[in-house]
Design a protein around this ligand. Sequence first.
Ligand code: DX5
Ligand code: ZN
Length: 215
Amino acid sequence: MIRVSPSLLASNYLNFGDAADKVIVSGADALHYDVMDGEFVPAITFGQGLLGFLSKKPIDMDVHLMIVHPEKHIKEFADAGARYITVHQEATGFATVDTLKLIKECGCLAGISVKPFTSVYAIEEVLDIVDLILIMTVEPGKGGQKLIPFTLDKVRQIREMCEKRGVSPIIEVDGGINAQTAGAAMEAGANMLVAGSAFFKAEDPKAFVDSLKRL
Ligand code: DX5
Ligand code: ZN
């Protein structure tokens, strides 16, 4: 099963409610919610407040925390209605396990992410406890970038590591995913696709989601 998670980052910021509705009618599975703090990445985006409103809509909130000290904010994002909460390995340091456990204790699905130049071996120890692995296919921080091809080798690697370990977390890819790149990402082993620009620029978002799911 392939999940599609359009990213709010690429939507029209004058109307987040409409953007969420667009995602819902497209038949996508989740709404990808990129939280940036101006420190882990240069930009600052949205926080718990907006999530609290959007999560009243009938779609899973896929929260991607690109922030330092994510453990400080997990409970608030969970209370605001997150379904998935993904933290970065680079931001959790030695507290990765505790942070993932905290996400689960808060009733959410726990995700771990690595940036393009972080080895997948950095998350080997947590394969058994994560529900989702997010392989960044661009440098985090902004939308509309080109997928970095070698990141798909990491998708392949992590899939093999999971198979060997006998676990099957969701493998999500984020950055530069469009009708041209989605096939290669899925072939490498991704089964959840984030799409920001490609979704919100699509003339027919439903047809776009259908086309990804049919690949
Ligand atoms: C980048 C974000 C992505 C972004 C993807 O740091 O994590 O979720 O929205 O945007 P596109 O699909 O335009 O590359
Ligand atoms: Zn993201």
